[in-house]
Design a binder for this molecule. Structure first.
Ligand code: UDX
Length: 440
C-alpha cells in the first residue's frame, strides 16, 4: 500500500519506518524543513534504539520518502495518517492546533476520495470533527471528494518503540464502515501474522481506548507509589509487597514498580486531558485527579529525603545525579522527575553534578537558565561523584545497576545514596553506605 504519514515526531517517524519495513511505500511529511533535510541524511531528531538504521535502509530502498511537499505525498497515497503532536495546553486539555492544521493541509491538497486515520492521541469526538473540517473546506472549494475517518491509536513505549510497533499486543481500529476496517486490517496484516490481534470498534471508543490504557497504567503506578509511602511509615517493604501481589495473575507484575514518579510525553498529558474532557462534560473524575496529584507529590519524595538527611538549607552541599531522562533508553526529559528534583534542590542552595547517557542536551534545554549555573553536566557516571556529598539515582539506566562501590567510596565525601528506582540491594549498607529507597 502507499501511505502518507503527517508528522515526523516520535509516533509518526516510528510508524512510517515500521510500515516501510513491512513493504509498504511511505511518505513522511512534515512542515519543518530542517527536520526533513536531516532525516533525508539519516539524522534523527530523537534517540530511539534501531530507528536510525531502519530509516537509512528504508530510504536507500526507496520505501521511505521524507518530504515537505504534502501534495506529492497525497497524490501517491491510498491512506493518510495524522501523527502530529497534541501537547498539553495550560488548562490541561489537549491542544489540537497541529491536528486541525494537518486537516486543513489535507483538504487543500487532496485530489481523490481518501481514508484519513488519526494516530495522534486525541480527545473523544475529534475524529468526526476532523472529517467535518476537511469536508467543509472541500465543499467551499466546490469539490465532491469524500473522506472516511478512522482512529488507530499507537501504544508504543519510548526506548522499545520499534519492537512495540512491529509486534503490537493489539491493533485497535475505530471506524464506521466494514470497508475501512478491511483496508486497515490489510495494512497491518503482516504485523499480526498468525495471531488475530485486531480489536475493532467505533471511532469514539477507539479514541477513548488510548486514554484509558495510559490512565490505567498511570493509576497502577500512582497506586503503588501510595502503597510505598504507607510501607515507609509502617515499616513494610514495597518490593516484597510487589512480588506478593504481582503473583496474583489478576494483578500481574507489570507497572507496579514504586519509584520517584512517572513522566514522559504520555502519562502526565493523557491523564490530564482525560480529566479535562470528563470535566467539560460535567463529570468530576475523582480517581484520575488523585492519580495525578499522587504523582506530583511523588516527584518530591527524593527532595524530602535529602532534606531529612541534610537539613532544609543545602548551601555548601553538592549532590550527584545519575539519570535525567524520564526513563532509560531515551533522551526524552518531558515531565521528567529530574527537572523537579534538581530545580528544588538548587532552590535550597545545593550544587548539582549530573550524568545521563543520552539526555544531557535535552535536559539543558528544559531546565531553565536560572538553574544552569548551579549544574555541572559530565560525560562519565563516576565524574559526577567527585567531591559530592551524596548520590541520587533518578533514572534506572542499565549502566547504573552495578556501580563500583570502591570507586563510590573513594569519590563521595559522604557514603549516601538516594535510590529513586529501588535498583540497589540493601546489602550495600553492610559496606557502610546509607541507602534511602522508596517504600523500603
Ligand atoms: C507509555 C505507555 O506505556 C505506552 O503504551 C504509550 O503509548 C505511551 O506512554 P512511555 O511514556 O514511553 O509509554 O513509557 P513507560 O515505559 O510506559 O513509562 C512511563 C513512566 O512510568 C516512566 O517515567 C517510568 O519510569 C514510570 N514507571 C513505569 C514507573 O514508575 N513504575 C512502573 O512500574 C512502570
Amino acid at each position: 500500500m502507499h501511505i502518507t504519514v503527517i508528522g515526523t515526531g516520535y509516533v509518526g517517524l516510528v510508524t512510517g519506518a515500521c510500515f516501510s519495513k513491512m513493504g509498504h511505500k511511505v511518505y513522511c511529511v512534515d512542515i519543518d524543513e530542517g527536520k526533513i533535510n536531516g532525516l533525508k541524511k539519516g539524522v534523527l531528531p530523537i534517540f530511539e534504539p534501531h530507528l536510525g538504521t531502519m530509516v537509512i535502509n528504508a530510504q536507500e530502498k526507496g520505501d521511505l520518502i521524507f518530504t515537505t511537499n504534502i501534495k506529492e505525498a497525497l497524490d501517491d497515497s491510498n491512506i493518510i495518517f495524522i501523527a502530529v503532536g497534541t501537547p498539553m495546553s495550560k488548562d490541561g486539555s489537549a491542544n489540537l492546533d497541529y491536528i486541525f492544521s494537518a486537516a486543513t493541509d489535507i483538504a487543500n491538497n487532496i485530489s481523490k476520495d481518501s481514508l484519513v486515520v488519526i494516530k495522534s492521541t486525541v480527545p473523544i469526538g475529534t475524529g468526526f470533527k476532523v472529517r467535518d473540517h476537511i469536508e467543509s473546506i472541500l465543499e467551499d472549494m466546490g469539490s465532491s471528494i469524500k473522506i472516511d475517518i478512522a482512529s488507530n491509536p499507537e501504544f508504543l513505549k519510548e526506548g522499545r518503540a520499534i519492537e512495540d510497533c512491529l509486534h503490537p499486543d493489539r491493533v485497535v481500529i475505530g471506524a464506521e464502515r466494514e470497508e475501512v476496517f478491511d483496508i486497515l486490517k490489510d495494512l497491518y496484516y503482516s504485523f499480526v501474522l498468525n495471531h488475530d490481534r485486531f480489536v475493532l470498534m467505533d471511532v469514539k471508543s477507539s479514541e477513548m481506548t488510548k486514554y484509558v490504557a495510559n490512565a490505567m497504567l498511570a493509576t497502577k503506578i500512582s497506586f503503588m507509589n501510595e502503597i510505598a509511602n504507607i510501607c515507609e511509615v509502617t515499616g513494610a517493604n514495597v518490593q516484597q509487597v510487589r512480588l506478593g501481589i504481582g503473583s496474583d495473575r489478576r494483578i500481574g507484575y507489570d507497572f507496579i514498580y514504586a519509584g520517584c514518579g512517572y513522566g514522559g510525553s504520555c502519562f502526565p498529558k493523557d491523564v490530564q486531558a482525560l480529566i479535562n474532557t470528563s470535566k467539560s462534560h460535567g463529570y468530576y473524575p475523582r480517581i484520575l485527579s488523585d492519580v495525578e496529584e499522587v504523582n506530583n507529590n511523588q516527584k518530591m519524595v527524593l527532595v524530602n529525603k535529602v532534606v531529612d538527611r541534610f537539613g532544609d538549607d543545602l548551601e555548601g552541599i553538592t549532590l550527584s545525579i545519575w539519570g535525567l531522562s524520564f526513563k532509560p533508553d531515551t533522551d526524552d526529559v518531558r515531565e521528567a522527575t529530574s527537572i523537579v528534583v534538581i530545580s528544588e534542590l538548587i532552590k535550597k542552595g545545593a550544587k548539582i553534578k549530573a550524568y545521563d547517557p543520552q539526555a544531557s542536551e535535552e535536559f539543558k534545554k528544559a531546565i531553565g537558565d536560572e538553574y544552569l549555573s548551579s549544574i555541572e553536566l559530565v560525560e562519565n557516571r563516576y565524574d559526577a561523584l567527585d567531591n559530592s556529598d551524596g548520590l541520587i539515582l533518578i533514572t534506572e539506566w542499565k549502566e547504573f545497576r552495578y556501580p563500583d562501590l570502591d570507586l563510590l567510596e573513594e569519590k563521595l565525601n559522604q557514603k549516601v545514596i538516594f535510590d529513586g528506582r529501588n535498583i540497589y540491594d540493601k546489602k550495600i549498607e553492610k559496606q557502610g553506605f546509607e541507602l534511602f529507597q522508596i517504600g523500603c
